[in-house]
Design a protein around this ligand. Structure first.
Ligand SMILES: Cc1ncc(COP(=O)(O)O)c(C=O)c1O
Length: 357
C-alpha cells in the first residue's frame, strides 16, 4: 500500500514530471498501431501536418477554436497568416462541431478534443481537411478511433518526458516530408537541460540531493520562451525516439481513471462547483468549473495554500467569462489514493466554508 503523499512532497517545485525511468511503476501497455511520426513538441507536429497538406493543397483558411491554448494559438499565428476562429463551447461534449457551417473545402479546421471528452466533429464529402488535437486525451477512445484526416498530440502533457509530440493519419500512412526537418544542436541542448532537471527532481524527491528551486523553475521558464521563439521542425535524435517510444504504449489512462473515480466519490456535491466529467470517458484531470471569478480565485488560493497546484485552462481566453472559470488538478500516475483523499478533503473544506448555513 502506498502511504507516501506525493502532494506533500512536491514542495512547490513545479508540475513538470520527474524522471521515472528508475522507478517501478506497474503499468499495462496498449498497442500503438498507427503509423506515426515523432516530434519534440505538439506545435511542431501541427506545423508538419500543415506543411504536408500544403504540398498538395492550396490552404485558403486555417480555422482554430476560439477556446484553445493561447501559447499554441500565438505560435501558429506567427507561422501562418491565414488564421480564422470559430466559436465553441468546450463543455458541450455531445455536440460535434459542424465544420461545414463555417469552413469550405479548401480550408483546414483544427478540432480540439477538450479534456479527452469531446465528440469531435461532423463532416461530409465536401468538408474541409480536419486536424484533431488530442493533447488532453492521449489514448482516449476518440483519440484512438479518430475520424479526422490528421491527428497530433503534445506528449509531455501525459508522458514523463521533457518534450514530445506525435502525429498520424487515422487508418492511413502519414505522408513523409523529410525535407521539413532540420537538426538543431541548440534545441537538443534545451531538451537535455530539461531532462537533467527532471532527473534532479527525481533525486530531490528521493531525498538524495538538494535542488535550488529558483534555478529549477528557471529551466522550465527558459524552455517555454525558447519553444515560443523556435518555429522550425527539429528532427528527433535516435536516443530521444527511444525515450519517447519507451513511454508511448504505457496505459497511464487507467491509473488516471481510478484516481478520478475516487475523487468523484469523495467530493461533496455542491452548486458552487461543476465537475467536468462524462460517463465512460476519462478526463485529462480533475476539472472544476466555477461560474464566478471570485469563487475560482478563492478555491485556487485554498488549493495552493495546501500545496495543490491547479492549472488554469486557459488564461487570457476571451470567451471565458461567459463560460466560467476552469481549474485542472493533475491526477496522473504520480498520485495515488492517499493524494486523492487529500485533494477531496481540501475541496470539501472549501465547500463547507463557502456554503452558508
Ligand atoms: C491542447 C494543447 N495542444 C497543444 C499544445 C502544444 O504542445 P507543445 O507545448 O508540446 O507544443 C498545448 C500546450 O502547450 C495544448 O494545451
Amino acid at each position: 500500500m502506498i502511504t507516501d503523499n506525493y502532494i506533500k512532497k512536491r514542495d512547490g517545485i513545479g508540475s513538470m514530471f520527474h524522471d521515472i525511468a528508475l522507478e517501478a511503476h506497474a503499468i499495462d501497455t496498449i498497442p500503438i498501431e498507427m503509423d506515426y511520426t515523432l516530434f519534440y513538441t505538439g506545435r511542431q507536429a501541427v506545423k508538419y501536418i500543415l506543411e504536408t497538406i500544403k504540398e498538395n493543397h492550396n490552404i485558403e483558411k486555417i480555422w482554430m477554436p476560439s477556446y484553445y491554448c493561447q501559447h499554441v494559438t500565438r505560435w501558429i499565428k506567427k507561422v501562418y497568416t491565414n488564421l480564422h476562429f470559430y466559436d465553441i463551447n468546450p463543455f458541450e461534449f455531445h455536440s460535434a462541431v459542424d465544420v461545414n457551417s463555417f469552413a469550405s473545402k479548401n480550408d483546414v479546421v483544427l478540432i480540439n478534443n477538450y479534456w479527452g471528452l469531446s465528440d469531435g466533429f461532423s463532416k461530409t464529402a465536401d468538408s474541409p481537411i480536419i486536424i484533431e488535437d488530442h493533447s488532453h486525451g492521449w489514448l482516449t477512445k476518440n483519440c484512438m478511433k479518430s475520424k479526422a484526416d490528421y491527428c497530433f498530440v503534445s506528449l509531455r502533457k501525459t508522458l514523463p518526458i521533457p518534450l514530445g509530440g506525435i502525429c498520424w493519419k487515422p487508418n492511413a500512412k502519414m505522408e513523409t516530408a523529410k525535407n521539413h526537418f532540420i537538426d538543431d544542436p541548440k534545441f537538443y541542448d534545451v531538451f537535455d537541460r530539461l531532462h537533467l532537471a527532471m532527473k534532479a527532481k527525481y533525486d530531490y524527491k528521493k531525498g538524495t540531493t538538494q535542488i535550488e528551486k529558483t534555478g529549477y523553475l528557471k529551466v522550465m521558464e527558459d524552455t517555454e520562451d525558447f519553444l515560443d521563439a523556435n518555429h522550425e521542425i527539429i528532427s528527433v535524435r535516435p536516443q530521444d525516439v527511444r525515450l519517447l517510444e519507451t513511454y508511448l504504449p504505457l496505459n497511464f489512462l487507467a491509473h488516471k481513471a481510478a484516481n478520478l473515480n475516487l475523487l468523484y466519490q469523495h467530493i461533496q456535491p455542491t452548486p458552487l462547483i461543476q465537475i467536468i466529467k462524462r460517463p465512460d470517458y476519462t478526463s485529462f484531470g480533475l476539472l472544476l468549473l466555477l461560474k464566478e471569478q471570485s469563487l475560482w480565485a478563492s478555491l485556487r488560493n485554498q488549493l495552493i495554500e495546501n500545496e495543490i497546484y491547479p492549472s488554469f485552462l486557459w488564461p487570457d481566453n476571451k470567451s471565458l467569462p461567459e463560460l466560467g472559470y476552469v481549474l485542472n488538478i493533475h491526477v496522473d500516475f504520480r498520485y495515488h489514493a492517499i493524494d486523492m483523499v487529500y485533494i477531496a478533503n481540501t475541496i470539501n473544506d472549501w465547500i463547507r466554508f463557502n456554503t452558508k448555513a
